[in-house]
Design a binder for this molecule. Structure first.
Ligand code: ADP
Length: 357
């Protein structure tokens, strides 16, 4: 509040704006698309977001019919209802243009210079609805994946209870099945927890100069018996002086996942080769196998959570379908990426790209 009697200088006097000016400025700074519609159901004013969303490059939205700008009968009816009742209304619509977009729309009556209008705020909820779908899918996948081994455990426990415990020929075998399924649930839960930790961003990546040949040698040693079972040769010719900028534990986790897959999905007596290359901006580490390969139409999906080409078979060999999703997230947390190339019948190559600086 001003207490002095001094006249307020021209410079400090608050500027006045016309109401049309204020409205246009507010509309222009809004994050949501906004349309003001007149009684004849034509657009009286709009903002740049609305133009980008609904303009389709046909010039300004003003003066065009609402039904021509957005072809949706329900929306038209909602604006009309607001005019007739003088009450706000809410509506959800899905628009299919170049892509599919979902909007929650709030429509309210508006009086400007004694003229009646209706103003619609278009909240773009496409991303929220997609995330909600992904979350539901994730939950239903988890439930399904956990139920399968659990059903098997319950069935074998019941069989043992019903007398098989005294069946000397089979009781140990049944216990073995129970044990394997319990382990499967254990690794599934460990992978789910790991993935959610990584996805929530609650892990820190501590980059250092990792001796790649040494790390790959250690991973080969830990997977050697698995490779030997199927007579798969593990090869690398990475020179001792190669260093890559990465978090050592996380790089080990990524490479272990890729090399483990390359063994699992290989043919007997196949090979797995790890190769290092450097491009202008990144270190490239490839894991190439001589397995059956992945059909090109499935390639873009292998990094999705729970995606497996052959559910039955991968479950048998102990896959959770989460390994590659973990690799993708870890590569991105390094500022890098992971990619895949595959040729049916001859093999698959996964490549991790890590920025040099
Ligand atoms: P999983 O635990 O099943 O191995 P991943 O996320 O690691 O889960 O892999 C997802 C799916 O991608 C696998 O089930 C398999 O179908 C396919 N896949 C992964 N690596 C390879 C590979 N080297 N060769 C062929 N298919 C592969």
């Amino acid at each position: 509040m001003t207490t002095s009697n001094e006249p307020i200088s021209n410079n400090s006097r608050p500027k006045t704006f016309s109401s049309a000016d204020i409205i246009q400025r507010i509309l222009n700074s809004a994050r949501e698309a906004v349309l003001i519609v007149d009684h004849g159901m034509r657009v009286a004013a709009s903002n740049p977001v609305a133009y980008r969303a609904f303009g389709r490059g046909n010039g300004p939205l003003e003066e065009r019919r609402l039904s021509e700008v957005i072809r949706d009968a329900k929306l038209h009816e909602s604006f009309r209802n607001t005019f007739e009742s003088g009450q706000p209304s809410e509506i959800k619509i899905e628009l299919i243009g170049n892509d599919r977009r979902n909007y929650d729309i709030h429509i309210a009556p508006l009086e400007l210079e004694s003229q009646k209008y209706a103003i619609g705020f278009f909240y773009d909820v496409t991303k929220i609805e997609r995330l909600e779908r992904v979350r539901q899918e994730f939950l239903s996948n988890i439930s399904h994946e956990l139920r399968t081994p659990l059903t098997s455990i319950i069935a074998f426990v019941e069989t043992l209870e019903d007398g098989a415990i005294d069946d000397k020929e089979n009781n140990r075998r049944f216990l073995g099945v129970i044990h394997r399924n319990a382990e499967r649930m254990h690794s599934l839960i460990a992978d789910i927890l790991e993935l959610s930790l990584i996805e929530s961003g609650n892990i820190s990546i501590e980059k250092g100069h990792v001796r790649l040949a040494h790390l790959v040698g250690e991973i080969f040693a830990s997977l050697s018996s698995k490779a030997a079972e199927r007579e798969i040769k593990l090869i690398h010719e990475i020179s001792d002086d190669v260093r890559v900028l990465a978090d050592p534990g996380r790089l080990e986790q990524m490479l272990t996942n890729l090399i483990d897959n390359a063994i699992k999905f290989n043919r007997p007596e196949g090979t797995v080769e790890v190769v290092h290359m450097t491009s202008e901006r990144a270190s490239l580490i490839s894991v190439a196998d001589t397995g059956e390969g992945i059909p090109s139409e499935n390639l873009p999906r292998v990094f999705e959570r729970f995606y497996r080409l052959d559910r039955g078979r991968t479950r048998e060999i102990g896959g959770t379908g989460l390994g590659l999703a973990i690799v993708k997230h870890l590569a991105r947390l390094h500022g890098g990426e992971v990619s895949v190339e595959s040729e049916l019948g001859s093999g698959t190559t996964f490549t991790i790209e890590l920025p040099l600086s």
